[in-house]
Write a protein that binds this ligand. Sequence first.
Ligand code: UDP
Length: 239
Amino acid sequence: PDTRPVYKRILLKLSGEALMGDGDFGIDPAVIQRVAAEVAQLNRLGVEIGMVIGGGNLFRGAGLAEGGMDRVTGDHMGMLATVMNSLAMQDSLERIGVFARVMSAVRINQVCEDYIRRRAIRHLEKGRVVIFAAGTGNPFFTTDSAASLRAIEINADVMLKATKVDGIYSADPMKDPTAVRYDTITYDDAIARKLQVMDTTALVMCREHAMPLKVFNLNTHGEIVRIVTGQGVCTTVVR
Ligand code: UDP
């Protein structure tokens, strides 16, 4: 198989839940190390990698608000959760020899760098993996929206969204056996049919800025590298 990357710069979005493995909270070290190893492979192929990691394995603002907490405070906790996940990924990458930098949308600069666009691009050009933490820095947004925003800001060639299934289906494939996977779908269809790919804000951002999006299964080992080398199974969302 051809191992030449078809993209020069990517934005990889992982949900926090992707790091849980079979657990129901927190980070499974085996899972984060496997993902880091796959990211390291891409890094060695010369691909410039920006990452956004969610926080749903630790805290979600909406969930905390359901329990009675002030929503904005809950969202602040959610954003801090993404910082924790990002630090864990930075550590996993650096332990296997890949330079990485966490850049946070909220200032916590004893712990990581602040997000400064031009500095982020410089890190990418130098071959460092940049992990964009704390989402957009604003409550009421999601890390999918943060990923769309950063992908556009850094001029990524593609945004790759890692999920638990190998693309976008006509219905939830976990529940409906007649669900079919799309090879390609438009942003408008994904939005209109509420296919739960990403929230509408994130999809609209990608649509308005013509950012190609690919949805793939992170649980399939080696799939990140296959997608970036033009193989693998995914759904491509286009304009
Ligand atoms: N969050 C936020 N603003 C953002 C991104 C995230 O307030 O720009 C908060 C929000 O509470 C969210 C939590 O951080 O629930 C974790 O992010 P998300 O739910 O997107 O994580 P994922 O589902 O990808 O694990």
